[in-house]
Design a binder for this molecule. Structure first.
Ligand SMILES: Nc1nc2c(ncn2[C@@H]2O[C@H](COP(=O)(O)OP(=O)(O)OP(=O)(O)O)[C@@H](O)[C@H]2O)c(=O)[nH]1
Length: 369
């Protein structure tokens, strides 16, 4: 870990923590926060709390969505339920996210890590436009890593494990960012079983087969069982793109290994994500330029057709710099420009923004009904 005071200070690494409700995100953020404070020299991170509904966070956030948006007030004002309230609060906050990034960038020279704690309801961040905007904005301005927090004791059943991995897979493909699976609560349940299932799909299939509801009344594998067997083959490829660490946010076990995974992910960001980001940016600019060139081409072609159809008109249409100084031409009667400042009701042009009744108007405006 480099010193913050270095003159060639590299950009901080952003860690976006995502996880199902109760997986331990806030406890995890607090644990990595205290770990960074305990380093020699200390490396206090910059923390953003994006959960508007949380009543208590165990850390001091540098930016807290609750200071900007009152979630309870949003629910009342927009007549929303809890999830709609959280989503709307996040949407409102996202409209100010450029200011948030500005503040983060101001502190970039002093911090090595920017940590984002996301709303407890995972889908509010992972499947909303504002979640995507925040993720993209952060990932475009500094190396960014997603830490997907898993409640290990609640993931020991093969079906739950598979659902959790599929969810992680969907986030990975949506963000396309370096991804760390963080098996939390290893003080209660070690995560070895998960690593075995990820490294060897036959182990997972064996666990699935031994699970009580894996066969129907006729002794045949159930539909779910067959599906999960096939999915384990599909996910095998996905696991190769992931780093997995086991931690206990309670005891601090595995946090050092987590930061090693963050460091490796940062390199991955620079090697894979950044070139892709720059390619996408260049592509976007090229598409815009192509659209402009295309419009210009079409305009020039239209002009050429006009000239071909009406060569005399085209000749008259030429710009003659001598004419510009000819004061008399300003009164050209062919040009129908009305100076509305002199005539309140010029011609048939009616400006509704200036509408006012006039004595000699003499017009019976149609009235509704
Ligand atoms: N034993 C153990 N319990 C943990 C650990 N991490 C978190 N917990 C407990 O898990 C529960 C949920 O933790 P939170 O940090 O509130 O989880 P969260 O994901 O932020 O939950 P939301 O508030 O729904 O977003 C709490 O009771 C924590 O004390 C851990 O490593 N070990």
């Amino acid at each position: 870990m480099e010193a913050s005071s270095s003159s060639t200070k590299r950009k901080p690494t952003a860690i976006i923590t995502i996880g199902m409700a109760g997986a331990g995100k806030s406890t995890f953020v607090q644990r990595i926060n205290s770990y960074l404070h305990s380093l020699d020299p200390p490396s206090p991170p910059y923390i953003l709390n994006l959960d508007p509904a949380v009543t208590h966070v165990p850390f001091e956030a540098n930016i807290d969505i609750r200071d900007t948006v009152n979630y309870a007030e949003v629910m009342k004002q927009y007549n929303l339920g809890p999830n709609g309230g959280i989503l709307t609060a996040l949407n409102l906050f996202t409209t100010k996210f450029d200011q948030v990034l500005g503040l983060v960038e101001k502190r970039a020279a002093e911090v090595d890590y920017v940590i984002l704690d996301t709303p407890g309801q995972i889908e509010i961040f992972t499947w909303s436009a504002s979640g995507a905007i925040i993720t993209d904005a952060v990932a475009s301005s500094m190396p960014t890593v997603v830490a997907y927090i898993i409640d290990t004791p609640r993931t020991t059943a093969p079906a739950t494990f598979m659902s959790n991995m599929l969810y992680a897979c969907s986030i990975l493909y949506k963000t396309k960012l370096p991804f760390i699976l963080v098996f939390n609560k290893t003080d209660v349940q070690p995560h070895d079983f998960a690593l075995e299932w990820m490294q060897d799909f036959e182990e997972f299939q064996a666990a699935l087969a031994s699970h009580s509801s894996s066969r129907d009344s006729e002794g045949e594998p159930t539909y779910m069982n067959s599906l999960m067997n096939s999915m384990s083959l599909v996910l095998d490829e996905f696991y190769k793109n992931l780093k997995a660490v086991g931690v206990s946010s309670m005891t601090g076990d595995g946090i050092k290994e987590f930061f090693e995974a963050v460091e490796a992910s940062r390199e991955e960001y620079e090697k894979d994500y950044l070139p892709e980001l720059e390619r996408a940016r260049a592509q976007r600019e090229k598409t815009l330029q192509d659209a402009k060139d295309d419009s210009m081409d079409r305009l020039m072609k239209d002009l050429e057709i006009d000239r071909a159809k009406n060569p005399q008109g085209a000749l008259n249409d030429r710009w003659d710099p001598d004419e510009e100084n000819d004061e008399d031409d300003d009164d050209d009667t062919d040009i129908n420009i009305v100076d509305r400042s002199e005539h309140p009701w010029p011609g048939q042009y009616i400006d509704v923004t200036r509408a006012r009744r006039h004595e000699d108007e003499g017009i019976n405006w149609p009235r509704p009904g």
